[in-house]
Design a protein around this ligand. Structure first.
Ligand code: ADP
Ligand code: MG
Length: 575
């Protein structure tokens, strides 16, 4: 929790005010029983109506003040808590979006979501409760005891029996509860994970008839969460009867022993009434203290989970003094690049060197898992190279700001991803300032214009989350259009053409040649036909470059390339 305190700073004055109101509320509440005592013992006993009315008015004023303090205090406290939670969430979100892909892999998306939502809610509740109760509860307990003793010291001996009993019960219950809270949060994580997987993968789940299996998995996670929650709640529920019993027994004892003392003339009736009220204040305060004691461990589990995320320093950082390339041409150079995925034993790329020039198409071909996507990911600096260097316009990508680097690049990912929103919004993702005419031209080049115009609403047609209402090829064409809208120096196409039929593939590439005439184009492909006319083709095999050259050159010199060509030719012949 301490690690999150700095975020409370903007709310400190409001918090102080809330605390002050809590103080006012406590004092007024403690004052009321004293007033009761004087009204009964002086007004009622002696039949002094004027006194009763006067003190009654005072009592009304004090009660109103107390109510007001309670009302405004609660409002201030909730403003602090809600504002703090909002800030915490945006801080978390901003921090997480700066994570490199490695950190996402490491922490896990599901738990990041729980931490941004559920855990923040826990902390928020904690802040609210603290502001409301942290001052009031101890003050009321102490004040209650002092004032009760002032009313009748002998009768106060009852508390010597009652309070330790209560305290012991609270201690036992909270001690048992703490380990359960972490478990609850972890099980919420698990439930989140299973739900997300089952829902995002619904097509696969259906196709493989695994609905029941997924239901089973969900139920397991659900049951686990339920079971722990029930245990926590059962434990907490034990608190209530223990409290109520102790409280009622205490009141009975006060009435009994008090009556004896009233008989003896050692205690007045009004004082006894006040005494009972103090007893209730004391017990209630202890209950509130126990609630805080329960909440603190629970919230600190959540706070620690949040602070852990905030303390992860993203591996990919901008340099202190970013270097801007002096030219803006889009020359890409790989020099002896070797890369291991974190924790991997074999390199995903080893000793890769090549140069991609503006105005040329550099194609990368290789079997699945040969490192093609890894190579372009490194250029985008999704990860940092293990050794060697990657330069854009002569500057190492690690020396540039990520913004400056990625500004120069338009990237079409292997897995077509669109966002929920209109077609127009999705295309403008490429460049926010693009005009409608530019969007249309990009769509035309990507062979997307035709189907977009057929959609209901055309460019205003709505795309569902993840582009679920489009076919794979349509999504792919829109992602290509989105990249074209960007008009950068460097284009990266990661295996996007295999989702298109041969004819569309050819058309898109023809249009691309026009659109990207003086840019550096890097095309990852599986089909030889897609890249045959590239200026240079890089053949990857198990992370190593086994050939660089034109189609003709490679046919002569590169065994792996010949095999790829041969396998595809025979496929076409058979087809
Ligand atoms: P390609 O795009 O050529 O099919 P990739 O570049 O995606 O191949 O993958 C190259 C190798 O790196 C594969 O062996 C794959 O298992 C591994 N790999 C890919 N992504 C990750 C990752 N996030 N973490 C660990 N290993 C990975
Ligand atoms: Mg790939």
């Amino acid at each position: 929790m301490r690690r999150l305190f700095p975020l409370l700073r903007p709310y400190r004055w409001l918090a102080v005010f809330a605390a002050f109101l809590a103080l006012v509320q406590s004092f007024t509440e403690l004052y009321l029983p004293t007033l009761t005592a004087s009204i009964v013992d002086r007004g009622v006993v002696f039949g002094d109506t004027a006194y009763i009315l006067r003190m009654g008015a005072v009592m009304l004023a004090v009660a109103t003040a107390s109510l007001l303090a309670a009302f405004v205090g609660a409002r201030c406290a909730s403003l602090v808590a809600v504002g703090f939670a909002r800030d915490l969430r945006s801080r978390l979100f901003a921090h997480i979006t700066r994570f490199s892909l490695h950190e996402f892999d490491k922490v896990g998306t599901a738990t990041l979501i729980t931490r941004t939502t559920n855990d923040v809610a826990q902390v928020q509740q904690m802040v609210f409760m603290s502001l409301r109760l942290m001052i009031r509860a101890p003050l009321m307990a102490l004040g209650g005891i002092v004032l009760a003793v002032a009313q009748d010291a002998k009768l106060s001996l009852i508390f010597v029996a009652a309070i330790p009993l209560l305290a012991a019960a609270i201690a036992v219950i909270t001690r048992k509860g703490m380990p359960l809270f972490r478990s609850v949060q972890e099980r919420i994580d698990r439930l989140n994970l299973v739900t997300r997987e089952a829902l995002t993968g619904v097509r696969v789940v259906r196709a493989f008839n695994r609905t029941e299996y997924e239901e089973h998995r969900f139920n397991e996670a659900n049951e686990a969460l339920t079971e722990t929650s029930v245990r926590v709640n059962r434990l907490m529920a034990a608190m209530d009867p223990v409290m109520a019993t102790t409280m009622n027994l205490t009141i009975v004892a006060i009435l009994w022993l008090g009556a004896v003392r009233v008989d003896l003339g050692e205690l007045q009736v009004g004082s006894m009434m006040a005494f009972i009220q103090y007893a209730m204040h004391i017990m209630f305060s202890l209950m509130m203290i126990s609630m805080i004691l329960v909440m603190i461990p629970r919230a600190s589990v959540s706070a620690a989970r949040i602070a852990d995320v905030l303390s992860i320093a993203p591996e990919i950082k901008d340099p202190e003094v970013p270097v801007e390339p002096e030219v803006d041409r889009g020359v890409v150079e790989f020099e002896n690049v070797t890369f291991y995925y974190p924790g991997a034993e074999a390199p995903a790329l080893s000793n890769v060197s090549f140069r991609a020039n503006p105005g040329e198409v550099t194609a990368i071909i290789g079997s699945i898992g040969s490192g093609k996507s890894t190579l372009v990911g490194l250029l985008l600096r999704f990860y940092d190279v293990t050794s060697g260097s990657i330069r854009v316009d002569g500057v190492d990508v690690r020396h540039m700001s990520q913004q400056a680097l990625r500004e120069r690049i338009a990237y079409v990912p292997q897995k077509a991803l669109l966002f929920s929103g209109t077609v127009r919004e999705n295309l403008r993702y490429g460049r926010p300032g693009a005009s409608d005419a530019e969007l249309r031209q990009a769509a035309e080049s990507a062979q997307a214009a035709e189907f977009v115009e057929r959609l209901e609403g055309g460019y205003d047609a709505f795309i569902a989350q993840g582009g679920a209402n489009l076919s794979g090829g349509q999504k792919q064409r829109l992602t290509i259009a989105r990249a074209l809208v960007r008009r950068p120096r460097i284009y990266i196409f990661d295996d996007n053409f295999s989702a298109l039929d041969f004819k569309t593939d050819a058309k898109v590439r023809q249009a691309l040649r026009r659109e990207t005439a003086d840019a550096t184009v890097i095309i990852v492909a599986q089909r030889v036909a897609t890249i045959m006319d590239a200026h240079q083709i890089i053949v990857l095999d198990a992370g190593k470059v086994v050939g660089i050259g034109t189609h003709q050159e490679l046919l002569r010199s590169c065994q792996v390339y010949r095999e790829i060509v041969a396998s595809q030719l025979s496929e076409e012949v058979i087809a």
